[in-house]
Design a protein around this ligand. Sequence first.
Ligand SMILES: NC(=O)c1ccc[n+]([C@@H]2O[C@H](COP(=O)([O-])OP(=O)(O)OC[C@H]3O[C@@H](n4cnc5c(N)ncnc54)[C@H](OP(=O)(O)O)[C@@H]3O)[C@@H](O)[C@H]2O)c1
Length: 308
Amino acid sequence: MRADGSLAAARAAARAADPPGRIGRMPASALPPGSPERTTGSAAAAWPAGPAGAAGTAGTAAAAWPAGPAGAAASAGTAGAAQAQPASPAERAAGLVVGVLGGTGDQGRGLAVRLALAGNAVIIGSRDTGRAESAAASLRLPHLVTGRSNADAASAADVVIAAVPWEGHGTLLASLAEQLAGKIVIDCVNPIGFDQRGAYPLPVAQGSAAQQAADLLPGSTVVGAFHHVSAVLLLDPGVASIDLDVLVLGDDRAATDLVQALAERIPGVRGVYAGRLRNCGQVEAITANLVSINRRYKAHAGLRITDI
Ligand SMILES: NC(=O)c1ccc[n+]([C@@H]2O[C@H](COP(=O)([O-])OP(=O)(O)OC[C@H]3O[C@@H](n4cnc5c(N)ncnc54)[C@H](OP(=O)(O)O)[C@@H]3O)[C@@H](O)[C@H]2O)c1
């Protein structure tokens, strides 16, 4: 990869905005169980109160926020223009209610807090409603982040992120096919194993976790994204901007455009289309390389694509 001037400048600016050593570190989920870097502690306690204008909106996230593209256009202040032309992906992404399956984990809470701080309503899902409510409360954005069962989160959200361990991925998604029908499902699951030599990609019959999701959810539009974003960075209030390209893969152009725009609601992040879903296996597998990079360099490495 080569560094082009504008990208280098952008990265320099992002690095200047962040404390040294915080940028581009490793997805905590890819670290072995028990690794201290998997634990994010009480970082959420220090998050700001949320986006201006959102505070004071009571009730559940689904009730408090517009439920789709029309509402997104209104929230972006372009309702009049939207009558003349379709809302842009960025406008539509702004109004999405995002559900997170397994949102009680580091990755789910990390994405939830960042998207909520950007103004999206987020519903944290769990196998246990009480656990979901506790996780939502821990993020201290009650007007934007709520907790419900996985099934209720899937039903109520506009788009749904699957953020469960690979081991539970197939069973959970199969059980929610009805609730997820007609929706975009964003899969960030990395099938990674660990042994004495470190991390390695696990074989997946369908080719990737995202393709497994597509097989199990014939009524949904599956998009792969957020595989390399570090939950540690997402959950760290001291990290204002995350220096990362989120690779977005899928077979539906409108859906990948929308997910790119959703990713870009996280400061510092750029959404990059990276191919059809059949190419998601490599993207999931390279997380094993990032684990190795993290261990060697004591980092939370991410990816940047040059020359685009
Ligand atoms: N952590 C990262 O930095 C990161 C980065 C990129 C991608 N990812 C991917 O994101 C996913 C989640 O990562 P994580 O670190 O947040 O994982 P995690 O904390 O181990 O699990 C997330 C949540 O999934 C639920 N869960 C656990 N086992 C389950 C099962 N068998 N069936 C259904 N639900 C189950 C649990 O919620 P309840 O018990 O409340 O249901 C748990 O809190 C992983 O696939 C990982 O590869 C993680």
